[in-house]
Design a binder for this molecule. Sequence first.
Ligand code: BYC
Length: 335
Amino acid sequence: MYTQAIDIPQGKDEPKRGPRSLTEVEYEAEFDAKVARGDFIEPKDWMPDAYRKTLVRQISQHAHSEIVGMLPEGNWITRAPTLKRKSILLAKVQDEGGHGLYLYAAAETLGASRDDLVEALHSGKAKYSSIFNYPTLTWADIGVIGWLVDGAAIMNQIPLTRCSYGPYARAMIRICKEESFHQRQGFDLLLTMMQGSAEQRAMVQDATNRWWWPSLMMFGPHDKDSPHSGDSMKWGIKRISNDDLRQKFVDATVPQARVLGVTLPDPLLKFNEATGHWDFGPIDWSEFWNVVNGHGPCAKDRLAARVKAWEDGAWVREAAVAYAEKQARRERRAA
Ligand code: BYC
């Protein structure tokens, strides 16, 4: 099927490749044109290996984040103060599990195996969002996670509904609708606490102090230090850069903090008349990289909890396989 081979110029940092076929060059031109037109790339379409690899990396890490993200909040389900708050939190944590499943399924459309992805998480090889390595110390943390963590997640995830890979973009539409409920329930919880006792207000302020900077870190390193951003922007996977999303989040959140009556823990936070944006202080990137590299305060507990859940669930997977085999045998007999 290959026609005449031609040589493609190679950048100095690119691994040496052999000559490429004309057909592959044509496929790549078609892929580039689709991305430029804003068409979706679908699972059976030709795509560059590096595009596929980047998507599997990002979508699987996103899936891991959702599944690990169930743990800090799950920790409070049995201690929710009222039946209403317990039902809301239960629904939210279940949603996160669902998000993980849509995203693993989206990664599978790229040829990745679910077992390999899960193994990469359990062995510590794959990353998940830095934010879930921090502890949830009080009930106010549950509100602040909804307000800030889900708020940051929405800001980052809305542009992903326009990502160039169809299955990821479509999964993100439903996920973003649910994240919106998550953010609102957090804000509502905090608003209620802020109308309560002085002790409750102090709890909200303390939780805000602890979660503010880690929430800003969720958007990833500065654009200049982000190795994947160049390709991901070119391929239409990312539509808005890490720094621009972080700025949008700060601009949206400052007025919300005022409504709540909490102070954001940044003495350098100041409205800049010239740019029309809120300037903020420097992020502690050493803390970010320390957490990303597996040394966050709860990193060991989070992974241990995921591995235990996977091992405890082995009988469910075995039963599902046995049932599917029995059904297939029955169908064969009936045929
Ligand atoms: N934490 O070149 P960069 C949720 C890594 S779930 C850990 O900018 P990229 C929720 C990055 O992976 C929220 N690692 O990368 C759930 C890369 O490492 P590798 C999860 C981070 O991919 C439950 C390296 O740093 N959201 O909201 O272009 C309850 C260089 O970074 C982080 C998503 O996953 C981080 N914060 O951009 C409540 C959204 N930041 O892979 C809420 C989808 C960076 O080379 N993902 N790294 O080893 C994305 O949008 C992008 O992957 C990122 C990073 C913006 C996160």
